[in-house]
Write a protein that binds this ligand. Structure first.
Ligand SMILES: [Zn+2]
Length: 370
C-alpha cells in the first residue's frame, strides 16, 4: 500500500514538473520584438530660440524591437545633460556613442519616471561616463531603487543577452531646477502619465527648457505609438488629459515624447505629439467603456490605429487593466492550462498575483492624491 502511494506521489511530481517545463517552453514575447535592420533616420537638432543661449537639443530613439524609447540630449558649449536612458544594452551603447560624438562633458543623466525602459541602460552610460551624476526627483529615485531587482529579472526575461543589467541606482535630487552653463532647465514634478504596476499617482517629472521652448514629458506623451494605459484610472486619466491640454496652450518649439518610431521623428511637431496623446487616451477610454473583455479593447485599438508601433504597451496595459496577471507572461500554454480551471479560481489567482506584484513595486502608500 505504501509502495503504491509512493509510486502515485512520484508520478504526480513527475507530471507536475513536466507540465511546468512544458508551460515554461511556451513563453512568447509581446509585440515589437522582431529583429529589424538599423534604421538610419537622422536625429533632429533644435536650436535655442532666445538670443545668446548656447543650448541645443537633439534626441536619440531606439528601434521598434527596443520599444522606441527616446532619450533627449541637452547640449551646451562644454557640457551636456541627458534625459532618460535606454532599455536595452545595444541601444544604450549606441546612445553612449551619440553622447561621445558631441565631445562635451556629460554632467547629469536625469530620470523622469521610474520605469525600466528609461532607466536600465544607466549602468552602461556610467561605465562610459564615470563622472556623470545619475539623478531623479526623490520619490522617483526611491521607486527606481526599490524596483531594480524585479526590473533586472524582467529585462533578462524580455531581452535576454541584450538586457542592460544590472540596474544602477539613481540618486535623489530634491530641486525643481537643473543648471547647464548658467541656463535654467525646469523640473515639473508630480505630473501624471504612464502608471504600469505603480499606483495611479505614479510620479513623473516633466523637463522644460525655456531657452529652447522645449518640453520633455517622458511617458506622458507618445507619438504615433500605442500608449501604456495599464494601471491608469478614470481619475488619473482626467488629470493626465488636462495636463496635455495645458501643454497645448504653451508656446512650444518642440515636444519630445517618451516613445515614438524613429521613422516618424521628422513629422513631429508639438501639436501633433500632444494631439496624438490626447486623442489616444480618449479613444482608449471609449474602447474600455464599450468592451466586455481585454481582447475586445485590443482589437478596437488595433483597428483604430492599423500598423502603429509599440503594440506591446497596448497588450500589457490592457491585460493590467483587466487584472489578467497570468497573461502578462505571454505564454499561450499557460493560458491553455488556466482555461482548464473555473473562472472564479483564475480571477482569484490573477488578483492575488497582481497584489503581490504591486507590493514589491511600490513604496508604502497610505495617502490619497487623487
Ligand atoms: Zn516608457
Amino acid at each position: 500500500m505504501k509502495k503504491i502511494l509512493l509510486c502515485c506521489l512520484a508520478l504526480l511530481v513527475v507530471g507536475l514538473v513536466s507540465l511546468g517545463l512544458w508551460i515554461q517552453g511556451g513563453s512568447s514575447k509581446p509585440g515589437n520584438t522582431a529583429k529589424t535592420a538599423l534604421d538610419d533616420t537622422p536625429f533632429r537638432t533644435y536650436e535655442a530660440v532666445v538670443p545668446d543661449s548656447p543650448l541645443k537639443l537633439t534626441h536619440f530613439i531606439s528601434e521598434a524591437n527596443e520599444i522606441n524609447v527616446s532619450s533627449s540630449l541637452i547640449v551646451g558649449e562644454n557640457e551636456m545633460i541627458v534625459v532618460a536612458t535606454q532599455g536595452t544594452k545595444y541601444a544604450s551603447e549606441r546612445l553612449a556613442d551619440e553622447i561621445e560624438k558631441m565631445g562635451k562633458k556629460l554632467t547629469y543623466v536625469y530620470l523622469g519616471h521610474a520605469h525600466l525602459d528609461h532607466s536600465q541602460g544607466a549602468r552602461i552610460l556610467k561605465d562610459r561616463f564615470p563622472d556623470a551624476k545619475f539623478i531623479a526627483e526623490p520619490k522617483v529615485a526611491a521607486l527606481q531603487q526599490l524596483r531594480m531587482t524585479d526590473d533586472d529579472a524582467r529585462a533578462v526575461k524580455r531581452f535576454g543577452d541584450n538586457a542592460a543589467v544590472p540596474s544602477l541606482p539613481f540618486e535623489a535630487y530634491d530641486h525643481d531646477v537643473l543648471m547647464l552653463e548658467g541656463r535654467e532647465i525646469q523640473l515639473w514634478h508630480d505630473q501624471y502619465g504612464d502608471v504600469g504596476i505603480g499606483h495611479e499617482d505614479e510620479p513623473h517629472t516633466v523637463v522644460y527648457i525655456p531657452d529652447l521652448k522645449a518640453l520633455l514629458p517622458n511617458d506622458i506623451a507618445y507619438y504615433r505609438a500605442h500608449m501604456m494605459m495599464g494601471g491608469s484610472t478614470k481619475a488619473s486619466r482626467a488629470i493626465w488629459k488636462q495636463q496635455l491640454r495645458d501643454y497645448m496652450k504653451m508656446d512650444l518649439q518642440v515636444v519630445i515624447p517618451g516613445h515614438l518610431p524613429r521613422s516618424q521623428s521628422a513629422d513631429m511637431t508639438p501639436s501633433a505629439v500632444l494631439e496624438h496623446s490626447l486623442t489616444y487616451i480618449e479613444a482608449y477610454e471609449t474602447a474600455l467603456e464599450g468592451s466586455e473583455s481585454s481582447d475586445e479593447v485590443i482589437e478596437k485599438m488595433l483597428e483604430k490605429y492599423p500598423g502603429m508601433e509599440h503594440t506591446s504597451a497596448l497588450f500589457l496595459g490592457t491585460y493590467m487593466n483587466f487584472v489578467e496577471t497570468h497573461r502578462l507572461l505571454f505564454n499561450p500554454r499557460l493560458e491553455k492550462v488556466m482555461s482548464w480551471f473555473p473562472s472564479s479560481f483564475v480571477q482569484w489567482f490573477d488578483h492575488t498575483m497582481w497584489e503581490k506584484k504591486k507590493v514589491t513595486q511600490n513604496l508604502p502608500h497610505d495617502h490619497e492624491h487623487i
